[in-house]
Design a protein around this ligand. Sequence first.
Ligand SMILES: Nc1ncnc2c1ncn2[C@@H]1O[C@H](COP(=O)(O)OP(=O)(O)OP(=O)(O)O)[C@@H](O)[C@H]1O
Length: 325
Amino acid sequence: MGIIEVHNVSRTFTVRTRAGRLRREKREVRAVDGLDFTVEEGECVGYIGPNGAGKSTTIKMLTGILVPTGGRLRVAGVDPARERVGLARRIGVVFGQRTTLWWDLPLRDSYELARRIYRIPDAHYRANLERCVELLELGALLDTPVRQLSLGQRMRGDLAAALLHDPQVLYLDEPTIGLDVVSKSRVRAFLREVNTLQRTTVLLTTHDLTDIEQLCRRVMVIDHGRVVYDGGLEGLHAAGESERTLVVDLAEVCAPIEVPGARVVRTDGPRQWLAIPARASAAPVLAAVAARYPLVDLSVREPAIEDVIARMYSSSEAHPKGATV
Ligand SMILES: Nc1ncnc2c1ncn2[C@@H]1O[C@H](COP(=O)(O)OP(=O)(O)OP(=O)(O)O)[C@@H](O)[C@H]1O
């Protein structure tokens, strides 16, 4: 049995919309519609999809905040909605757009509250706090009120708070949203460590494919409340034939770059944009450009998740699910 079991789960919402000046109409929104998947203990799974696909609704059902309209859900062997309080000790949740920390209190006090709420034994608490403080470089921030922390510092603070009670499962909803490159890489390094050393199961929702690339062997794509792809990131790129973009700044205006494995898709003065297949390494293209052209700077842009999914649909025509799940 997996640590997360989702069988034919649905969740509908009834929304009231205006129909004329006085009349209101009821409409059903199927946020999640016959969702099926299993996550094994110790996996780190990316859970991605376009806006409104049903990701947050799934996470809310997995924490017990929302009750499914149909189907069967189990997390660590229990029904989340029925045993929400008991399950809270076994899961950790981090929402990138919100904080679970106390706004006016120093980080240290929020952690102390978590210790009491979860009744974490002293020695355990001290060891976990020490490990999180070291790995997330929180030492100098422990006495700072949360409202004075930068977004990246607060996110690191939130991650520590979610892990002090040693949860078996960690749900992350956009943990790197709005962070700079350095903060993103710190957060990712920490999550890798938590998943590989602590064997914490991670379900990660993100719009940043680099998060998935660096952390997850498995990715599930959800669209219109259903899983439309379940497999490796490479397979997803292959299914959609997705492309990365290499942005190249040259010392002078040149004719469009010609190197094997890449094609120029745009030019603007000395800057050129090259498309390369996302599943191939960018290194040979970088080396060829550097050897033949007066290179000043370059950066690699991952394809947007929305583009990868759109391409996946167009390449598998009307039946993406059959092609990939
Ligand atoms: N409380 C609610 N009442 C009515 N409709 C809702 C509610 N919560 C979600 N929905 C609808 O359910 C659908 C799925 O929403 P959900 O927030 O799960 O998507 P998401 O994949 O997390 O999107 P995003 O990436 O934008 O956060 C959307 O159409 C949304 O409008």
